[in-house]
Design a protein around this ligand. Structure first.
Ligand SMILES: NC(=O)C1=CN([C@@H]2O[C@H](COP(=O)(O)OP(=O)(O)OC[C@H]3O[C@@H](n4cnc5c(N)ncnc54)[C@H](O)[C@@H]3O)[C@@H](O)[C@H]2O)C=CC1
Ligand SMILES: O=C(O)C(=O)[C@H](O)COP(=O)(O)O
Length: 395
């Protein structure tokens, strides 16, 4: 977070403070309702006049927070309940002395589980081989590092690529070596346009052309992959669309329907949409805001550790199939894919369909909320892997 000092005017006037928030912020009324006058609006269409009288602005990734939105406002604090920050013009905010915060790591496990669920879907069709594949992770931050740990505990060989991080226990290589050696490439970088290693179109046409036979998963940011080049390669038969999984797209929410129609799994930017991920994001912003205001931290609803009441039973001796059915029971990723296809391909691309799917997303829980009982003969192999995926094993 930047600019932690509390402006005199806001501090003197906390009670009369106006908070404008994205209506999709989880727990928004519970956490922020008593902090001032709270106005909730659709994040994608927030305009300067919506925030002119606001002191505090709370957003998700769909609001571009920059001079255009805020120059005529009195906003002193911006909180984004997301991991990504590419929608915030942080240089401008810093220059204006406007404090800002995001929620690093809040939904990282949710994204890891998205990737695991996608891999099991591909495995069911023979496009992933858990015992032989080399998994390439690009970006070894909160998501990538957690994914590496889970995969290694599953017994999968992991290669990483991150020019800014040295992650113990993971063999690191540059992006081109990773493309040469990995069977699966999963992207977990921020979207950046400048600096020594910008990620905009990191997978451009020439790198995509080297994918032959590899799986591509993008649950980072859409523009890290050149979507037009990807579609062109698929159309010309140079890229197997059955091995492409996209949660994020260039030009969201107006993604390329022709690309969606071709690929194996397409979802509406919901990899991070576990209940826990959304709760944590809001809680982290609420804590940062209390810190900024010098008030007591909000009472956190005890949600994130709550287990589901239903216990799933898994028969021992089923190997990867046992794990696949368990993962699917908690996160049937094919449901998200089917919903997106139905709304964007079968129906007539209703305006706002992409955002409507996100707003009405089902209450997906993380694997750690899941109680599982392993029945049958002793099966240390399965037990170890169930624990690697964070399921709560019951005796
Ligand atoms: N699809 C979804 O719902 C979600 C998407 N995300 C996206 O995933 C991204 C990653 O999330 P976290 O791991 O939590 O972020 P993080 O900031 O913890 O880690 C990102 C890592 O990427 C590395 N990196 C930067 N440029 C790179 C490059 N050129 N090549 C390789 N590595 C590079 C950084 O050094 C850093 O270690 C976020 O920035 C966000 O855009 C995050 C949450 C949910
Ligand atoms: O945390 C991030 O970064 C994300 O990509 C979010 O999970 C995306 O969700 P919205 O902020 O667009 O609701």
């Amino acid at each position: 977070m930047s600019g932690l000092s509390v402006s005199g005017r806001v501090k003197d006037d906390i009670k009369g403070m106006k908070i404008v928030a994205d209506e999709n912020l989880s727990l928004v009324r519970e956490l922020f309702g008593s902090m001032g006058e709270l106005v909730c609006l659709p994040g994608r269409s927030m305009r300067p006049e919506d925030v002119r009288e606001a002191d505090i602005l709370l957003v998700r990734s769909v609001t571009r927070v920059n001079a255009t939105l805020l120059a005529s406002s009195r906003v002193r604090f911006v909180g984004s309940a997301t991991i990504g920050t590419d929608h915030l013009d942080t240089a401008w905010l810093d220059g204006q002395g406007i404090a800002w915060t995001s929620a690093p790591g809040c939904n990282a496990m949710s994204v890891v589980e998205y990737v695991i669920a996608a891999l099991f879907e591909l495995w069911a069709r023979g496009d992933v081989d858990w015992d032989r594949q080399v998994m390439g992770i690009v970006g070894l931050g909160n998501v990538g590092a957690r994914l590496a740990v889970v995969l290694q505990r599953l017994g999968v060989r992991v290669l990483g690529c991150d020019p800014f991080v040295d992650l113990e226990g993971v063999e690191q290589v540059d992006i081109d070596t990773l493309l040469d050696r990995a069977d699966v490439v999963s992207l977990h970088t921020p979207l950046t346009h400048a600096g020594p290693h910008p990620t905009f179109h990191l997978l451009d046409r020439s790198r995509l052309a080297r994918f032959a036979g590899k799986v591509l998963i993008n649950s980072g940011r859409g523009p890290v992959v050149d979507n037009a080049a990807l579609l062109a390669l698929i159309v010309s038969g140079c890229f197997d669309p059955g091995k492409v999984v996209l949660d994020v797209w260039e030009k969201e929410p107006d993604l390329d329907r022709a690309l969606l129609a071709k690929i194996r799994i397409g979802t509406p930017h919901i990899a991070g949409y576990s209940q826990e991920g959304k709760w944590r994001g809001s809680l982290m912003v609420a804590e940062a805001l209390s810190n900024f205001l010098g008030t007591a931290p909000p009472e956190a609803p005890a949600l994130t550790g709550r287990a589901l009441s239903e216990v799933k039973i898994v028969e021992s001796g089923q190997g990867w199939s046992g794990l696949a059915s368990l993962v699917k029971a908690f996160y049937p990723i094919s449901r998200d894919d089917a919903d997106l296809r139905r709304e964007l391909l079968e129906r007539d691309m209703l305006p706002g369909a992409f955002d409507a799917l996100r707003k009405g997303y089902w209450p997906r829980r993380e694997f750690s909320s899941g109680r599982v009982r392993l029945v049958g003969v002793e099966d240390p192999w399965l037990k170890e892997r169930m624990l690697a995926l964070n399921f709560r094993l019951e005796a």
